[in-house]
Write a protein of this length. Structure first.
Length: 129
């Protein structure tokens, strides 16, 4: 079972696959990974917490699809944290910081993925790559 804290942060297609994997032989890996991601989400700063940090703001979550990347630095302070988060998006034309709806990303129907192997890093570190 996936903790309710995680569900709004997982893209619908990926959520279905993870649920299947939790029933299979890779269960242990996915249980541990979901616990790690839950801990990251719980300690993430809320919107406006890193507003003065610029490129030193830390991206805690990374979503990707094709050449598109979303790096989430702050979760929304209202509700489940996904309506008006903040971070940096690169839709193939260079990175831009602004408000990001995690809800729109996760519910879009395209196969966006939450990077399960992401290690939090600053926006400056991300831009160097």
């Amino acid at each position: 079972m996936i903790d309710a804290t995680l569900v709004p942060f997982l893209p619908i297609n990926q959520l279905a696959i993870i649920r299947e994997c939790l029933e299979g032989e890779e269960r242990e890996f996915f249980v541990k990974k979901m616990d790690e991601i839950k801990a990251v989400i719980e300690k993430m700063p809320v919107t406006y917490s890193q507003s003065e940090s610029g490129d030193e703001a830390v991206a805690y979550l990374h979503y990707f699809y094709g050449k598109c990347d979303w790096y989430i630095t702050e979760k929304d302070m209202e509700g489940d944290g996904t309506v008006q988060a903040y971070g940096m998006a690169d839709l193939g034309y260079g990175p831009e910081c602004g408000y990001i709806s995690i809800q729109e990303i996760t519910q879009s129907g395209i196969y966006v993925e939450l990077d399960l192997h992401w290690e939090p890093k600053t926006l400056a570190e991300i831009k160097k790559k």
